[in-house]
Write a protein that binds this ligand. Structure first.
Ligand SMILES: [Mg+2]
Length: 274
């Protein structure tokens, strides 16, 4: 890196992070999940709502819960029903976001729980080339054990492969976070992870990654930064570009002392597996 920055790599969540939650993709996704549950489990719409909430709480995702409970569900079947019917037309091209991402010199990694097809369609709608990212870590990447495909064959020691044969690995599980850190190939404390989920942010922090909560006003205790919208990235985290925050900016006075303190705390953090 020619300039001085605390980050060697930036991990971006996709949904509700690279585009706003306000366009309702997340809501449409929940509705599709409930329809899937109703059909698969032979239950009413009301029961499907409660089941979705319960599965999310207990397993982190409905698919993980269904598989663990013994339902015969293939991930591709689930994803084509749940993601394949989303209103993608609501995702508008975002030239400003494209410029912002291209202006980041460090390797960028897309780190999403969604399947590869969804990631491709969403990026296409945003007008962002897949090649903008060094790598896309998605459902298939974290769960090669659920597919009889060759994906993951070159990543034999993936942390997610040490799990039970039918276990679904997704953020915020430690195995998902460790898999991402391992594939990124940098010390966790030198990586920045942006996500709209407080649970995911806490999971990233737990393995020593620097974190930024997106789409919220209030910083959680595990978040190093908070930004209401991804478009504020340069203003809130100028350190990505090796720049210091402006004193007395809208996010409060941030002094050189603050930055020095942050750098000190990062130096003290011990990277896992490094
Ligand atoms: Mg998200």
């Amino acid at each position: 890196m020619e300039f001085k920055t605390p980050f060697d790599c930036v991990l971006f969540d996709l949904d509700d992070t690279l585009y706003s939650s306000k366009i309702g993709i997340g809501q449409a996704c929940k509705k599709n999940i409930e329809e899937f549950l109703a059909i698969k489990c032979g239950i009413t719409a009301e029961e499907a709502f409660s089941l979705r909430v319960e599965l999310f709480r207990s397993y982190g995702s409905s698919l993980a819960g269904l598989i663990d409970l013994g339902y015969d569900v293939h991930p591709d079947e689930y994803h084509s029903f749940v993601h394949g019917r989303l209103p993608y037309e609501r995702i508008e091209p975002d030239a400003e976001l494209r410029e912002l991402l291209l202006a980041i010199a460090q390797p960028k990694i897309l780190f999403t729980n969604s399947d590869r097809q969804h990631a491709r369609r969403a990026l296409q709608r945003l007008g962002i080339d897949e090649e903008c990212f060094e790598r896309i870590i998605c459902f298939e990447t974290m769960n090669p054990h659920l597919f009889n495909s060759e994906e993951g064959d070159d990543d034999e020691r993936l942390p997610s492969q040490a799990v039970r044969p039918h276990e679904v690995i997704l953020k915020p599980s430690p195995a998902a976070m460790e898999t991402a850190a391992w594939l990124a190939g940098f010390a966790p404390h030198r990586m920045l992870f942006l996500d709209d989920s407080e649970r995911n942010i806490a999971a990233g922090k737990a393995i020593g990654i620097r974190t930024a909560l997106v789409g919220k006003r209030e910083k959680t205790k595990e978040a190093d930064y908070v930004l209401e919208d991804i478009s504020a990235l340069r203003k809130v985290i100028p350190e990505i570009w090796g720049e210091e925050k402006k004193k007395g900016g809208e996010h409060g006075a941030v002094t050189t002392t603050t930055i020095t303190r942050e750098l000190d705390s990062m130096r003290q953090a011990s990277p896992i597996g490094a």
